[in-house]
Design a protein around this ligand. Structure first.
Ligand code: DC
Length: 218
């Protein structure tokens, strides 16, 4: 059986940075499931689908062919034949992803893809429902979190580094809103799996978090 490591947690907890490094150290593939939800959200935004209309989201999701491939070790998300990596990292797409992620049809479609990958490859997969729903038998499960103030500050610094002029209070309000939606949705909400190890990264370096997860695999 392939090695499966599940890392769940709220937005901005550092999941992708950590998961990438853990995957590299273990010679496994990093699977960013949030990017799949973002590609779906991008498709909805492109098609002006109303975020309040769950039937329209369900119907439109059937037209979205989302796959992932790897180039030089980097995950490329392909939406209807087009590489969308460069357009899915905005706050607008992130917020819409959280809305689309409430939709059961969207989730079932993407979960199928995630499970198929984990069955054939050693993976470090990050998301919201990996340990609780996608890979309930994962070898290691981690719930990675940090305070909302700390997560907002990290997002803020990333955007400043990209030359943007973000509003810290707005970022934190969006994060709290997104956490609430991700944690309270009916189907596969964000929560710590009973057998997951809780890591609060608020006062930890990336290296410390990575080492803590590697230690769990031994
Ligand atoms: O991790 P991220 O910010 O790229 O994720 C975007 C949104 O996708 C997030 O608000 C919730 C949703 N998501 C999810 O519901 N389940 C996952 N496994 C991954 C992401």
């Amino acid at each position: 059986m392939s090695l499966n490591i599940a890392i769940d947690g709220p937005a901005g907890a550092g999941k992708s940075t950590i998961a990438k490094q853990v995957a590299k150290e273990l010679n496994a593939i990093y699977v960013d499931t949030g990017a799949m939800y973002r590609a779906m959200a991008y498709f909805m935004l492109q098609n002006s689908v109303n975020k309040e209309d769950s039937e329209a989201i369900s119907a439109k999701s059937k037209e979205a062919d989302i796959t992932i491939k790897y180039e030089n070790g980097q995950q490329i998300v392909v939406l209807n034949g087009e590489n969308v990596n460069g357009v899915i990292r905005t706050e607008e797409v992130g917020n819409m992803a959280s809305v689309c992620a409430v939709n059961k049809d969207v989730r079932l479609k993407l979960v199928e893809l995630q499970r198929a990958l984990a069955a054939k490859e050693d993976v470090v997969m990050d998301g919201r429902d990996i340990g609780t729903y996608v890979l309930p038998d994962a070898n290691v499960k981690v719930y990675l979190t940090a305070s909302s103030a700390c997560r907002a500050k990290r997002r803020f610094d990333e955007l400043v580094a990209k030359g943007e002029k973000p509003d810290l209070a707005k970022i934190e309000a969006d994060i709290i809103d997104r956490d609430h939606r991700d944690m309270t949705r009916e189907f596969a909400p964000l929560k710590q799996a009973v057998d997951a190890t809780l890591i609060d990264s608020s006062n930890m370096s990336i290296e410390e978090v990575k080492n803590a997860i590697i230690a769990l695999t031994k």
